[in-house]
Design a binder for this molecule. Sequence first.
Ligand code: ADP
Ligand code: MG
Length: 605
Amino acid sequence: MGRIRQLDATLVNQIAAGEVIERPGSALKEMLENAVDAGATQIAVDVEQGGIELIRVVDDGCGMQPDDLPLALSSHATSKVSTASDLEHIQTLGFRGEALASIGSVAQVLVQSRSRELEQGAQLRCDGGQFSPIEVWNGRPGTRIEVRHLFYNLPARRKFLKTIPTEMGHLSEAVIRLALGFPHLGISLRHNDKDVYDVPVSSPLTERITRFFGEEVGTKLLEVEAEQGPVKLRGYIAEPSVSRGNNRLQYFFVNGRCIRDRTLGHALQEGMHGLLMVGRYGVGFLYLEMPPDLVDVNVHPSKAEVRFRDSQVLHHLVRSAVRKALHGLPMQNAMQLPSASPGGSSGNWRLQAAPPPTPTLFPPLSPRTFERPALPELPPPPRSSDQPAAIVTPLSPAPSLEEQAHAITPEPPRYDGPRALQFHNSYLVVLEAEGMLVIDQHALHERILYEQLKERLRCGQLEVQRLLVPEPVDLTAEQHALALAHQDQFQQMGLELQPFGGTTLLVSSYPAILKRAKPAQLLRAAVEHLTSVGETPSVELLLDRLLCTMACHAAIKAGDKLTPAEMDALLAQRHLCADSHHCPHGRPTSLYFSKSELDKQFERT
Ligand code: ADP
Ligand code: MG
């Protein structure tokens, strides 16, 4: 180690940028917050190449005086706080005075601004921390900031940027959060000269939610409203039938600022408890208004988290308000929900029977299957001269119009084993000579569909069902970009997509084998998966995971009543699976209780 030295200002800012400016989306977030703090009513955002090439934000706020421009780009310079006590009553989104300085140290920035009171504006360039002289600028009142070539002088940082769709996802998320947090604001987002969002001034919140998350969410909103002392809660939750595989559609705003907060997230989930399937997350847009001294916003570098004076009170407020909002909802959804575990006493059985599969615990169902090779022999694909052997679905206008009958397989291999009983519309119980088999109907069907898809894909015989009327699917900007980026993979799986303006895609075909699921649902599930895996793994892995996701969505669910014929079909296909003991997610599909095991448990031996 050498001697200690004082770092120069640019290096200090570059280090600070490491915390605050992680990617184009975080630079945009800071710029948007400045525009709101400046009292803007209309903000136009233009980005190029996922913001890596350019982020431009134009606002109609109060603007800056010419000689304030160098200060705006200097660290620890702010117009928003001046004393320590100000920190306890922060009413603005920004207050640290370091965002623009950080951005200026790692990009090429042009700031143009005109104060409302002045006839003329000024401009200043900042190139990696080096300022140009201040020049005259003849623009409209307000501020226009261009950030080009983010991290151009920090190659190591630049390398960490992800693909354009991913960065675009973060940019749109910044716009969405602001547009939801400040419903009076008009805001537009354009990417590479194409409109992504254009939200008019004062358009109602429900309209914004629909615009960003589609009709699926927008038409299922329930109003939430509650009050506790000086704290006000309002907003919307979506009916529990609209749920997600992660908590990304749980938005919380505190005095307009979008935050992540575990207590509030937990409260929302608790409020919906019993109405959501295990592993699913409710959707909500909840706004808390409270005096600034009840919340400390100075606890996180990018101000994404806050500390509440009393988070227990807020937990109670959110939870009970959500419960109240759900009160009037028809309960048939709740009645169909599968229970999280098979119940008290059977829980013990699970413990006894759950160890990793061994031939004794999971014997083949019959000697016939015992001799089967490890690889499945699926029914041969249909040949024109043959009786249709595999799947031939009639061309139908739109699968949403299709009858809802269960169709486990159009051509079930014959099943002549013992009859099954359906238990709680979730499990099939099969009594055999030497024991008892309990099958999870969803897990098994999921496994069967997954293997059939995989096999047909492998031999190029995946049958595709075309839709006479392609189905539009509204997505978020991030999902839209991701789906288009993976259009080829989707096509390989039989899901054909076309852009349909804005962030809507048209689905024009789907894998016929998955006819139980609606194409829109399949696409949503697959895209949701893409958003949650973040980076694109290898094409093979991605395809495999998407197959898994699609199989899960198309499979019969726990809670679905099956006819005896459907149960037989399911059991018959069980033998065709390479691994009928586990669903594609690795959970067991069946548990076997042998007579000798039972004898042992009852201490008969
Ligand atoms: P902070 O927002 O924490 O004060 P920033 O670095 O983001 O710090 O901005 C520094 C200052 O520059 C702000 O305090 C504000 O006075 C000024 N400023 C930045 N952006 C704008 C804008 N769009 N309109 C008016 N003033 C702005
Ligand atoms: Mg700021």
